[in-house]
Design a protein around this ligand. Structure first.
Ligand SMILES: Nc1ncnc2c1ncn2[C@@H]1O[C@H](COP(=O)(O)OP(=O)(O)OP(=O)(O)O)[C@@H](O)[C@H]1O
Length: 245
């Protein structure tokens, strides 16, 4: 679905990506993990054409991403950022319906789609009437998902979608997302700081460090056959409660 071939990206003297080769298969769920500043969000932003490589190429569905075809390509990609990235001055429903309205969908079709997606994402229908500031963090996240799914894109990109949530809500939403991903069968690429979340939601983990892919594979493969000591260090960096008792 996506290929990055020899991709470099710099911001001034900062190297964000350094010769990244990555193949993201259709229908798979991929999690980008790695330390802060490793380049995870830059990869995600490149997949949707919010950033462009200095060198190398990004291909989507076999075609190079092209600035002049970006709008058409973006319609096939749902993008969710932390807290949903909603416009504060629009109701949740208007936020979710924005793209469909721009495309001229009839009112009734929008209403039906919003209703179906609210049920799918377990969002109370009355939440759609409220402004983002009147919703909880978990509800904003769900609205972000509803918005991303509105046009039924084959691809979902999620940048720390559960980052700002309390542990109980996060735990619930992880389970709901896993179920949702399995049911919809979409290609999912997500960024998360939480290794267990990555292993729970994704079938392939891509560990980045300093703009390079260190290892790519299942959680089991990274755990059992780390490509270098850093992989083990990173996987073990999160403290478990048991170890503190
Ligand atoms: N717009 C920008 N201008 C300047 N530097 C940037 C910009 N975007 C990213 N960077 C730098 O590029 C590097 C990679 O950033 P990126 O956001 O991709 O990392 P990340 O792995 O997603 O980090 P985090 O986990 O902290 O979100 C970092 O050093 C960052 O400071």
């Amino acid at each position: 679905m996506f290929t990055l071939a020899g991709v470099d990206k710099r911001y001034g003297s900062t190297v964000a990506l350094d010769g990244v080769d990555l193949h993201i298969a259709a229908g798979h769920r991929t999690a980008l993990i790695g330390p802060s500043g490793a380049g995870k969000s830059t990869v995600l932003r490149m997949l949707i054409g919010l950033e462009w490589p200095d060198r190398g190429q990004v291909r989507f569905d076999g075609e190079p991403l092209r600035r002049d075809a970006l709008l058409e390509q973006r319609r096939r990609i749902g993008y969710v950022i932390q807290e949903g990235g909603l416009f504060p001055h629009l109701s949740a429903g208007d936020n979710a319906a924005l793209l469909a309205r721009t495309l001229g969908w009839p009112r009734e079709r929008i209403r039906e789609r919003l209703e179906a997606l609210s049920t799918l994402c377990q969002l109370p229908v009355d939440a759609l009437q409220r402004f983002p500031a009147e919703l909880s963090g978990g509800q904003r996240q769900r609205v972000g998902l509803v918005r991303a799914l509105m046009l039924d894109p084959p691809v979902l990109l999620l940048d720390e979608p559960l980052g700002a949530l309390d542990p109980v809500i996060r735990h619930d939403l992880q389970a709901q997302m896993r179920e949702l991903f399995a049911r919809l069968g979409k290609t999912v690429v997500m960024v998360t700081h939480d290794v267990a979340e990555a292993a729970y939601l994704a079938d392939t983990l891509v560990l980045l460090r300093a703009g390079r892919v260190v290892q790519e594979g299942s959680a089991r493969a990274l755990h059992d056959a780390p490509a270098e000591p850093f992989v083990r260090e990173f996987l073990q960096a999160q403290r478990s409660l048991e170890a503190c008792l």
